[in-house]
Structure formats: C-alpha cells, structure tokens
Design a protein around this ligand. Structure first.
Ligand SMILES: Cc1cc2nc3c(=O)[nH]c(=O)nc-3n(C[C@H](O)[C@H](O)[C@H](O)COP(=O)(O)OP(=O)(O)OC[C@H]3O[C@@H](n4cnc5c(N)ncnc54)[C@H](O)[C@@H]3O)c2cc1C
Length: 287
C-alpha cells in the first residue's frame, strides 16, 4: 500500500473543507471494509484518507422523529439489523444487512459506505430503493437531501460533488401497510458478493415495486401499478409476462466470473416470483 496522509476531523465542516481542498486525492474512511481492500490492491491510491469516525455528529445512531427513521453515516450493519424500529418498519433492510459479508464485516461495514462505494452488487441498495430512502449530504454549498434513486449513478459513481459527504440515510416510516422481502443469489453459502440482489414490496392499491441489482451498472427500481403482481389470485402466465417487462432492463456482464448472463436472467425470474409471493404474504399479515 502506498503511503498516505491520515486526517481525523472532529466536525463535518472540517471534513468538508479537507475534501474540498484535496478533491480526487482524498478518500473518506468509514468502516474501511471496501476502502482498505481497494487501497491494498492499488485500485484507489488516495493521498489523504479522511476518517469520519471521530465526528460527533456522525457517530453511530438510529433516530426516529415520528415520520422518519434516520441512520447516521457511521452506523454499521450489525446495529441496523438489531434495531427494533428497523425490524418493525423496514424488515427487508434487515434481511439485506444480515447477509453482508461475515459477522466481522457487519461489525465494521456502514450502510452509508455500502451505498457510497457504488457497487452494483451492494446488498442494501434494493431495499433502500423500495423503502424510498433519502440521502442526506453536506458539502461546501451547505446541506441537501436527494432520493436514493438519484444518488446511485453507476459502477463506483454516486451523486456526490467535490467536497461533499453523506451525513446519513433517512427512511420514511410507512403510513400504510406494506409487505416487503429481500433475497439474493450467491455462488456459495457464507461470505460472497451477490450475483443477484432483489427486493419486492406490495402496497395498498395493488402497487408492486421491485428493485434489483448485480445484473447491470446499477440497481434499478420498477413499479407495477397494474395490480396483477400484487394479486395473489392473478394467473401465473400474466404475472410471468409482467415480470419479463420488469426485468427487461437487466444487462448482466458477459465477463463476470460469478454467473453467466443467461443464468442470471433465468434466476431473476425465479427469485422475483419467490420474493413477490413472500411480499404478498407479508402484506396480508400487515393489513
Ligand atoms: C470480505 C468482505 C465481504 C463483503 N461482503 C459483502 C456483501 O455480502 N454484500 C455487500 O453489499 N458488500 C459486501 N462487502 C463490501 C463492504 O463490506 C460494504 O460495501 C460496506 O458496507 C462498506 O462500508 P464501509 O463503512 O466499510 O465503507 P468504507 O470502506 O469505509 O468506504 C467505502 C467507500 O465509500 C466512501 N464513503 C464511506 N462513507 C462515506 C460517506 N459518509 N460519505 C461519502 N462517501 C463515503 C469511501 O470514501 C469509500 O470510497 C464485503 C467486503 C468484504 C471485505
């Protein structure tokens, strides 16, 4: 690993100033589970590493204000999976957090880092899309929030400008019953990145939403308002036709060592139908 400067700011303003000063020569360090590996492999060679863990405002915290749950940017997967409010309102996010890496990785890996790294295979991206998460950003021009769907751009790319960092991720508490389920496909049990990530929800009015990743440059969200996917009694052939449309945007890599494009496309349909059924069942329980 190349030598680098290590900075440990104590306020968001200091971190923003450092980021703005060093631009692409700087990298933020949260849990380091992506960054350290990327630096060791010389995929990233920052001159300055800015550690976020001593910034009081960003310390691990999950807060509820009656309408939103906000998750600070140094909150790790273990804390998210164990939080009773996340379990109650966002069970599919818990299902994604508990499959990230291993016990050791989950104790270090942050939710914000999982999204900011920009991996198309990030496990938490589909549930965050399904639950309409919003990303809170601080930068030289002040603070703003953007929907997760606009924040995720492509491989290694998120909507952060020079000097900007994520302070937290916010989730609107569902006001209506919602059934949601997360699932993924890996080559083996245990620690592995996913060949497919997929989350489904069924909501009031027959709306079904499906978000899927690891089969293209970024996780995508598709909404079906026809009522067919959400209808437990709809004919399988009709559901199958709509699922074909839902997965039309999948463009799995030809060069991936994890799974062939044909296998991924076939398994998308299988996982989609299964997760949809679970979401329908959970919606029935919640209504
Ligand atoms: C063995 C192993 C297994 C893994 N398995 C999985 C898996 O199954 N599923 C999965 O999705 N991931 C997996 N990962 C990847 C990784 O654990 C996650 O992506 C993790 O959530 C990243 O969070 P972090 O806090 O460690 O980020 P870091 O490594 O600290 O940072 C990652 C990137 O995000 C940027 N960043 C971090 N925080 C912020 C912020 N607040 N604002 C702006 N930019 C920021 C950093 O600059 C860096 O570029 C695995 C990693 C390892 C090493």
């Amino acid at each position: 690993m190349k030598t680098f400067e290590y900075a440990r700011p104590s306020t968001v303003a200091e971190a923003v100033a450092l980021l703005e000063q060093h631009g692409p020569d700087a990298e933020l360090l949260a849990g380091g589970t992506d960054l350290v590996i990327e630096m060791r492999n010389a995929w990233k060679v920052p001159k300055v590493v800015i550690d976020l863990k001593r910034i009081d405002e960003l310390r691990p915290a999950i807060r509820e204000n009656g309408q939103w749950i906000s998750i600070s940017s140094t909150t790790v997967m273990t804390d998210i999976a164990e939080d009773a409010r996340i379990q109650k309102y966002f069970p599919a996010l818990v299902e994604s957090a508990v499959v990230v890496g291993s016990v050791q990785i989950r104790a270090r890996a942050t939710l914000a880092g999982n999204i900011c790294n920009g991996s198309p295979a990030a496990d938490t991206a589909p549930p965050l899309l399904i639950y309409r998460a919003v990303v809170a950003i601080a930068g030289p021009a002040g603070r703003h929030k953007i929907p997760i769907d606009d924040f995720i751009v492509g491989p290694g790319k998120v909507a952060l400008g020079r000097g900007e960092l994520v302070t937290g991720i916010e989730l609107p508490i569902p006001r209506q019953p919602i059934g949601a389920a997360y699932t993924r496909l890996t080559r083996r049990r245990g620690t592995d990145l996913a060949s497919i990530t997929l989350c489904c929800s069924v909501e009031e009015g027959g709306v079904a939403r499906i978000a899927y990743g690891s089969v293209g440059p970024r996780a995508v969200l598709v909404e079906d308002s026809s009522g067919v996917l959400a209808d437990p009694g709809a004919p399988d052939e009709r559901k199958s036709e709509i699922l074909d449309e839902v997965f039309a945007d999948a463009s799995p890599s030809l060069r991936s060592m994890r799974a062939s494009p044909d296998y991924r496309r076939a398994m998308l349909r299988v996982l989609g139908a299964r997760a949809l059924q679970t979401a329908i069942d959970r919606f029935g329980d919640a209504s």
